[in-house]
Design a protein around this ligand. Structure first.
Ligand code: FAD
Length: 297
């Protein structure tokens, strides 16, 4: 840390200029929860610590004209969890964040910091991927937008170039009548990170047929995973226990799982089966499906 400079810009342009010049030698700091741990353990030795805290322009929640939500990169978990807009239109995100770590961490840590950290044992990436969210990146070269599912490349690895800053997350409106759910499986303490986390979005027509269905599994492997082959045949199918079992089996058979302190790869696979079914049933219930009876009319 002896040769490290702390820079505290007040505008985005100033921030991007520092990143353009320092590149990999600069580490952006949002809430600092992860950065502090990696500095202390010597995992990173930056020449520049680039504090983002005074970039007021990255601190807003905004509803766009097309009904999508824009979340500025400096919003903490707690700010997003408590946002009336998020609670009203994307309640699964508020629920997910209310169950991350503890309130002290959530008051400090940002949602974008969580994505950029790309720790596989995280909750928000699976939910944001299931909601079809994108991240906006800015650099002196311009801007680009990419799906969250592509942004996270693997364990602790993202598609961000060293001179880029993530400026916001954008979440499109949910399909009409959609129900959403995130089911988190922990193996150690109540505050632990997930061993498996499954996000589901389900929308049904009045006859109980699927008009939209998405399932993303987080924390089982090195990145959020979906199984396109299993999802391809679902639109138009009747939502029932048979469909739930078929999807749960397909996901358990196809997702990659790892062994670590939280669970073995085998146990994770079995929990993927259980939690895919659980998340699908809860999302469908919230979309108006009554267990054993089909849709409520
Ligand atoms: C005790 C504890 C329990 C936890 N439990 C959970 C849990 O249950 N579930 C879960 O999902 N997470 C959990 N976490 C992780 C926590 O959510 C993340 O560490 C936190 O969100 C990181 O956010 P931050 O703002 O502090 O990021 P920082 O530490 O500031 O940054 C993290 C990384 O992102 C980069 N970065 C930050 N902002 C930007 C930006 N705008 N553009 C480009 N790069 C950027 C930084 O350079 C750094 O590499 C836990 C953490 C702790 C300490």
């Amino acid at each position: 840390m002896a040769d490290c400079t702390v820079v505290v810009p007040t505008t985005l342009a100033e921030t991007l200029a520092v990143l353009a010049q320092a590149g990999e030698d600069a580490v952006p700091v949002a809430g600092g929860v992860w950065v502090t741990l990696t500095l202390r353990s010597g995992l990173v030795r930056p020449r520049v610590l680039l504090s983002l805290r005074r970039l007021a322009e990255l601190g807003d929640v905004a509803l766009e004209h097309d009904g999508s939500l824009r979340l500025g990169a400096l919003l903490t978990h707690r700010a997003v969890e408590r946002s009336p807009l998020v609670r009203a239109h994307w309640p699964v995100l508020a629920e997910t964040l209310a169950d991350v770590a503890n309130v002290r961490v959530r008051e400090q840590a940002t949602l974008v910091g969580n994505l950029c950290e790309a720790d596989p044992a995280s909750d928000p990436p699976a939910v944001l991927a299931a909601l079809g969210a994108t991240v906006e990146l800015a650099s002196w070269r311009g801007q680009r937008v990419m799906p969250v599912a592509e942004f996270i490349r693997g364990a602790y690895e993202t598609a961000r170039d060293p001179d880029e800053l993530v400026t916001s997350i954008r979440i499109p409106p949910l399909p009409a009548g959609a129900g959403t759910a995130y089911c988190k499986f922990r193996t150690r303490s109540h505050e632990d990170r997930p061993a498996v986390g499954v996000a589901a979005v389900v929308a049904l027509d009045s006859a109980g047929r699927v008009t939209h269905l998405e399932v993303v599994v987080g924390a089982a492997g090195d990145r959020p995973q979906r199984v396109p082959e299993a999802l391809a045949a679902v639109p138009g199918a009747e939502f029932d226990d048979e469909l739930v079992t078929a999807l749960a089996d397909a996901y358990a058979g196809a997702v990659e799982t790892v062994s670590d302190l939280r669970a073995s790869a085998w146990y994770r696979r079995e929990m993927v089966r259980v939690f895919v079914a659980r998340a699908l049933r809860l999302a469908a219930h919230r979309a108006g499906w009554c267990v054993g009876e089909g849709p409520r009319v």
